[in-house]
Design a binder for this molecule. Structure first.
Ligand code: GDP
Length: 196
């Protein structure tokens, strides 16, 4: 997929106020600092479409970007960062769970996880929650440039086997990416292209 246009449309915390257009939608979510903004900027070839932030947990909004005039990329708030106030932390804010449950245009969620880390409880819980609610999702492993191929394979296998030890009968699709090197960019865009 060539990115011909990528435009910010609206930010809000209310799923009812998301764009009222019947375009397919792909949502990006993960723990703060996972590399979500960098990945969105790399996918769209824009330097600062999504704001990379020195203060993780700052962006607490549902952000819609229209891509090529025919699909929405949705940047959701990072979850589980301690510096976010206790009240707003509440693991997954209601407006985020509302978005996943109510947003009919949502085709697939991309759950980002840092390839360097062991499976984290909050990520596993979130994927379980998506599964229980029949929300289709894929995993995007980020920062793959930080590890050697063998370590990448080991860490991916750890994740997948942990998922298969839980409630899953089948592992979700996954992508191995690096925004700084551009790895996996075409895989993610082709996946979206093939569904659209
Ligand atoms: P967000 O909070 O999830 O939006 O994360 P950011 O995109 O702001 O990235 C968090 C930090 O990780 C920043 O210091 C980025 O430079 C770094 N980062 C993001 N993606 C990559 C990557 O692919 N490779 C490396 N080495 N660092 C990355």
């Amino acid at each position: 997929m060539n990115i011909k246009s990528a435009n910010f449309v609206i930010s809000n915390t209310d799923v009812a106020k998301c764009p009222n257009e019947p375009l397919p939608e792909y949502a990006f979510i993960g723990r703060s600092n996972v590399g979500k903004s960098s990945l969105i900027n790399s996918l769209t070839e824009r330097k600062s479409l999504a704001k990379t932030s020195g203060r993780p947990g700052k962006t607490q909004l549902i952000n819609h970007f229209k891509i090529n005039g025919n699909w929405f990329l949705v940047d959701l708030p990072g979850y589980g960062y301690a510096r976010v106030s206790k009240k707003s932390k509440n693991t997954f804010q209601k407006y985020i769970t509302d978005y996943f449950i109510k947003r009919e245009q949502l085709v697939c969620a991309f759950v980002l996880v840092d390839i360097r880390h062991e499976p984290q409880k909050i990520d596993m819980e979130f994927m379980e929650w998506l599964g229980e609610n029949n929300i289709p999702f894929c995993i995007i492993f980020t920062k793959a440039d930080k590890l050697k191929p063998k370590a990448i394979e080991e860490n991916v296998n750890k994740y997948i086997s942990e998922l298969l030890n839980g409630v899953w009968e089948e592992a979700p699709s996954y992508f191995i990416t690096s925004s700084s090197k551009g790895y996996g960019r075409d895989d993610v865009l082709n996946f979206i292209d093939n569904i659209n």
